[in-house]
Design a binder for this molecule. Structure first.
Ligand SMILES: Cc1ncc(COP(=O)(O)O)c(C=O)c1O
Length: 403
C-alpha cells in the first residue's frame, strides 16, 4: 500500500478532556498518583497511561509525538525542545565512549559542530563522507561504527541521500540509520525507506510560523522508551523538554503542513526554473540538472513536490550580501536564518548556518562564499515575486540585461 503521510495526520481523532475538538493542554509539571504502588511502577516504566513528571512525558507532548509518528510511519515519537535537543540525545543514546559514526559531510552546521567538536569529548569519533557515494560510505565503516547519519536533503547544499541504499548498508553492518528529515517533511518518508530513526527540527516547515524552536525523534517504541528511561535515557537525563503550551500550538500548525508544503514546493520549483533559465547557478532537487533529481523522484510522495529550499551562487559573498539586503529592502523576504516561514528567508550559509564548518572543508564540499540559501515562502503570486527579484538582480549586475 502507498504510504500517505497527510492522511495519517488527517485521520487522527482526539477528544479533548471536556469534549473540545482540540486536546486539552496539560498545564502541569507533575502528576498525582492515587497509590504509592502506581508511582513506583511508573518509575519502573510499567504503568501505561500514567504520567510521572513532564520532563519524562506530558499529555500535550504525547499528542504531538503521536501525530508526528503517524506522519513518519513509525511506532512512536518523542518531542524535544529543539532540533538539536533531538539530535544530541539520539547520538548520545546510540553511542558510548569509543564508538564511531559515519556521517554525511553536508549537514546542518550545529550537527556538524556537535559531531566534530563536542562528541569527541566522550571519545565518540565521526568520519564525514560524501553521502551520495555509497561505496565511500561503506568503506568508512569500522568495527566500532554504530550510527550512519544523514539528512534526506542536506543543509545547505541540497544533496539527496539514497535512503534505501544507506539502509541496506546499515543492515549489513548492524548500524542504526538516523535521518534528519527537516528539509523534506511529507515529501520524503525515511522510515518507509528503511531509516531506523527519523529526526526533525520542528522549528522549520512543520511548525511553519517561526515562533518557536522544537524537535522530534520518531522511531520504535523500544528506542523511544530507551530515550525516556529514568536511569539512562538521554532525553530524560539531558532534559530538552518542550513546554505543553508550545506542543499544543505546534500540533495545530502541523494540520496545515500538507497545504503549506505544496505551496512552498510550487513556488520554489517556479523560481528555480526561472533562475536557471536566467543563467544563474541554481540548485533545486526538482530541476533535471540536479544530480539526484531521479533519486529524489524515486523516493518522494509526489503530491508534496521537491520542497521549499533552493540555492543560487552569485559568485562572491559581497554580492550575496548586497542582493540579500536589497531583497529585504524591497520586502521580498527576510535576511534571516531558518526555514519554513510564510515569507521567503535567505542567508549565506558559508558565513552563517554553516560557519561552524572550517573554510577549507566548506570549499572541499562545494560550499562557496557566494551561495545564497532560500527558504521560499507561501507567496500567493510567485511570478510577481520573481519579477521583483529580477529587478534586484539586474540592479546589482547579477543578471546582465539580455541583448
Ligand atoms: C537540517 C537541520 N537539522 C537540525 C537543525 C537544528 O534544529 P533547531 O534549531 O530546532 O535546534 C536545523 C536548524 O537549525 C537544521 O536545518
Amino acid at each position: 500500500m502507498v504510504f500517505k503521510p497527510a492522511n495519517s495526520i488527517q485521520d487522527l481523532q482526539y477528544f479533548g478532556e471536556f469534549g473540545g475538538v482540540n486536546p486539552s493542554i496539560s498545564d502541569s509539571s507533575t502528576y498525582t498518583f492515587l497509590s504509592a504502588k502506581t508511582m513506583f511502577d511508573t518509575f519502573e516504566g510499567n504503568a501505561d497511561g500514567c504520567y510521572l513528571y513532564s520532563r519524562h512525558s506530558s499529555p500535550s507532548n504525547l499528542y504531538l509525538g503521536e501525530a508526528l509518528a503517524a506522519m513518519e510511519g513509525t511506532e512512536t515519537a518523542n518531542i524535544s525542545a529543539s532540533g538539536m535537543g533531538a539530535i544530541t540525545s539520539v547520538i548520545l543514546q546510540l553511542c558510548s565512549a569509543s564508538d564511531h559514526i559515519v556521517s554525511s559531510r553536508t549537514i546542518y552546521g550545529g550537527t556538524y559542530a556537535f559531531l566534530k567538536n563536542f562528541a569527541p569529548r566522550f571519545n565518540i569519533e565521526t568520519t564525514f563522507v560524501d553521502i551520495t557515494k555509497l561505496d565511500v560510505v561503506e568503506a568508512a565503516i569500522t568495527k566500532n561504527t554504530k550510527v550512519l547519519y544523514c539528512e534526506s536533503v542536506s543543509n545547505p547544499l541540497l544533496e539527496v541521500a539514497d535512503i534505501k541504499g544507506l539502509a541496506a548498508i546499515a543492515k549489513r553492518h548492524d548500524l542504526k540509520l538516523v535521518v534528519d528529515n527537516t528539509f523534506s517533511p511529507l515529501s520524503i518518508s525515511p522510515a518507509t525507506l528503511g531509516a531506523d530513526v527519523v529526526i526533525h527540527s520542528l522549528t522549520k516547515f512543520i511548525n511553519g510560523s517561526s515562533d518557536t524552536v522544537g524537535g522530534v525523534v520518531c522511531g520504535t517504541q523500544e528506542f523511544i522508551n530507551d530515550l525516556r528511561n529514568v536511569n539512562d535515557g538521554a532525553s530524560m537525563l539531558l532534559g530538552s523538554t518542550m513546554d505543553s503550551l508550545r506542543a499544543a500550538s505546534v500540533l495545530k500548525n502541523l494540520r496545515t503542513l500538507h497545504i503549506r508544503m505544496q505551496q512552498h514546493s510550487f513556488n520554489a520549483a517556479f523560481l528555480a526554473k526561472k533562475f536557471k533559465d536566467d543563467g544563474l547557478k541554481t540548485v533545486y532537487p526538482g530541476l533535471k540538472s540536479h544530480p539526484s533529481h531521479e533519486l529524489f523522484k524515486s523516493m518522494m510522495n509526489k503530491k508534496y513536490g521537491f520542497g521549499g529550499m533552493l540555492t543560487i551562487d552569485v559568485g562572491a559573498l559581497e554580492k550575496a550580501n548586497e542582493l540579500m539586503e536589497l531583497m529585504q529592502n524591497r520586502n521580498l523576504g527576510y535576511l534571516a536564518v531558518s526555514l519554513g516561514f510564510y515569507k521567503t528567508l535567505f542567508s549565506a550559509p558559508g558565513s552563517s548556518t554553516s560557519s561552524e564548518i572550517p573554510e577549507d572543508e566548506q570549499k572541499e564540499m562545494g560550499l562557496s562564499n557566494g551561495l545564497i540559501r532560500f527558504s521560499i515562502g507561501l507567496d500567493a503570486d510567485i511570478d510577481r515575486t520573481y519579477q521583483l527579484v529580477r529587478v534586484c538582480m539586474k540592479e546589482l549586475n547579477i543578471l546582465k540585461p539580455k541583448k
